[in-house]
Write a protein of this length. Sequence first.
Length: 472
Amino acid sequence: MKQIAKWLLLCSLVTAVGFGATLLVAQRDEVARTLTALLAPAPARSAEGVAEPMAFEAAAPAMDFAAETSVGTLSVAPAPEAQAATSAALTAVGTVELTQPRQVVLEAAGQVDTIEVEEGDTVAAGDVLVTLDTTYLDWAVEQAEIGFETARIDFEELGEQVKESDIAVAEADLLLAQENLAETQRGPTQEELAAAESAVAAAWASHAELLEQPTTAQINMALANLKKAEIAVQAAQREYDKIAWLPEAAATSAADTLQQATIDLEAARAAFDEANKPATESEIQSAVAAAQSAQAALNELRTKPTAAELAGAQAQVAAAQAALEEAQQGAKESELRKGELAVRQAMIALEEARLAQQNAQVVAPIDGTILSVDVELGQQATAGSVVATMADTANVDLVVNVEQKDISRVSVGQPVVISIYALPADTFFGVVDKIAPMADAGTGFVTFPVIIRLTEGPLEQVLPGMTASAAF
């Protein structure tokens, strides 16, 4: 009976141990599946974009469970296959960035008149962002138009035929120059020499008379004039005395005659006194100077024509001849070329002024979103100033940093599975677009920036600045 009881107890123990082992095996399989799902890479995409089923038979590592009955505990350790899968996974964290931010710059200087957009606005290519005050730009265009019109008129005048009046004037100038040359070559005439010699003789004769003063003839003439004046006064006095008793005597012709005779008498006395005086030193010197000047003119006349006079007359003829030929031929080729270049230069200045006027209205170069507005109303902005920054927010990249020990496992064109922390329910896919050629040690670790281009997923929900992880 005791043996039967021992056998039944042994059977119960065996049954209990078997049931416990069955439970342990089930728990082991469940833990293995969980670890496999966590450690395995994301499912690969087929050409049609459908995830391919993974072969859990190869991926799920076997787990080694050991029951330590001595201490009543159960220890679980990953199998070697799980360790290999863990070391094979490569992930990196980074930030979503705009692919190509675009700065919009001024191409003309001026005062900011209006700002048509704000940060966050969505615009299309060609939409007006900022306008400048065009007062000075309008004046510049008007001034350039005047300059162009002036240059055009000048050029047209060069191309016109020479007027007949211009040719006639040039011919007359040439005839005058030729006559002057002929007279210069001919020298002084006999009449001119005789006149110059007479002038010299008269000047020296006048000088001689001054030296002989006073002469007897001069004294006698002055005395005779004085006597005549005295007689005239006496006769006028007698006639006046006849009517002097009348109250109106002073208003008669006799009174006037007496007064005029008295004046003539005083003049005659002065002339008589002057005739008795000798010539002064200044009068003699003036006479000498006049005689010498006349003599110098005579000497110069006798030496004509001089070489300088002949050369000057010949130069005048040559200049007049050249002017006539130029008038007959019209504008020179060089002058026409200069006129043409002046017109082109004025045209370029006008186009520049019009372009500056057109650039006073700043438009969006691309479709996108305004990231920042960098000017204020009334600001005096210069050409080249940034007025706004914009970008196409739908065109973004993920930039991650890969450690130097893992960079050899990344290559351009490699597919990547992306998880964005702000969008946990969505899975994104991309490819490696660029790998930085130089490492970045600014964070304390040597890493290489890797740019990933997003290709699949709800890209319209992705915003710049979001944090994401990439599995290579």
